[in-house]
Design a protein around this ligand. Sequence first.
Ligand code: SAH
Length: 236
Amino acid sequence: MKRLIPILILLIFHINCSPKQKQNVSNYDIVRRQMVEEQIVTRGIKDSNVIKAMLKVERHKFVPREYERYAYTDGPLPIGEDQTISQPYIVALMTEVLQLKGGEKVLEIGTGSGYQAAILSFIAKEVYTIEIIPSLAKSAQKTLESLGYKNVYVRCGDGFLGWSEKAPFDGIIITCAAPRVPEPLVEQLAEGGRIVMPEGDEFQMLVLYKKIKGRLEKQELIPVRFVPMKGMIREK
Ligand code: SAH
């Protein structure tokens, strides 16, 4: 009995303390799970890899401190420089329509916070992402690095030109609105590959392109609202 008492005290201490200690860590896990159930699964996202990635990536680590507690709400959030991190459902939908199975090389235009790239990194083999605003490219790179994402490569530049050294890409995701697909990206898309993007200016439609026999086939998905693509796309 004498031996049992310290063990019992330890046990009671453990039961009392550990849930409290863990609470701060797991609160966001709980709201993230709710976000996935209520905003992602209920609205029809079925790809289990997409669902798993949305459960894993800690969205609250990709938003500015002052918005951390809104990280799992149903909408976009400011990330500085007048840019936004997309609504979780739109991130999930754009990822799902790329139909990734693992092993693919994906290009993202518009790194922003790095959140969409992090989601892709759980599903694709390699993720290349380009951001035109230097401060955002830098902070996204820092966030991704500190969280241990090893297969995401960030570059600062105009995504219009793509990343020709790493082409062809199996999937291209554009997270800023453009009036058309930047021409170099068509070249850099593999045969059978897919491009998802918000197309338009004032009025935007999320569209999916498939490259079949060298030509793009277009499918319209849903109306959306994204920040505009800057740079060379506006020149011609
Ligand atoms: N995918 C991001 C959200 C992107 S917001 C995330 O998960 O957080 C759109 C981003 O596209 C902005 O950061 C904007 O600066 C960037 N952008 C706009 N035009 C661009 C261009 N020509 N090339 C690369 N990035 C561009």
